[in-house]
Design a protein around this ligand. Sequence first.
Ligand code: HEC
Length: 152
Amino acid sequence: MRKTLFVFIITSLMLYGCGGKTESSAYEEVSVTDTTSVEKDFEMYEMSEMAALMEQMYVDNQRLKQRIIDGDTIGNFPEHFLRIHESVMTDESERDVFFKDQAAKFLEAQGLIYNDSLNAKQHFNDAVSACVKCHEQKCGGPIPRIKKLYIK
Ligand code: HEC
């Protein structure tokens, strides 16, 4: 029972995390080991500052999506999104020219939602596309989840 639970938790992290090489090999190990080593693997997963920021942005944009759908006030640009430029990542070598460029484009798209709120839906969907565009290169795992943010 315990084992099943841990395997389930780890599998969700695989699905929602970036799904890099280390993670998938950990996953294979998990499916053949006993409870003790499963727990050990689980404790080894520590979310980076960047991953935590990403999860926060996800939740913030989920709420923003609902406000746009309901026609509520949009509020102000969430300043903590700017931390995408400096948050510590799991793999710092990912912070290349592409990343910096895409981070800037994403923040610009996100900013337009607040600066031109009459077209909030369009700008919101452009910002989600900017999330997806970076993720296509950097971190494929969460893409299906990110796409759920689109306002239809
Ligand atoms: C400039 C590139 C870039 C942009 C833009 C970007 N991401 Fe990410 N995202 C990453 C990288 C790189 C990681 C892996 C971070 C790490 O593990 O340190 C990540 C991780 C994630 C994760 C997984 C976090 C975890 O639990 O491990 C989610 C969810 C996520 N991003 C959602 C989003 C959403 C939603 C947006 C837009 C609102 C977005 N991302 C915009 C590059 C980006």
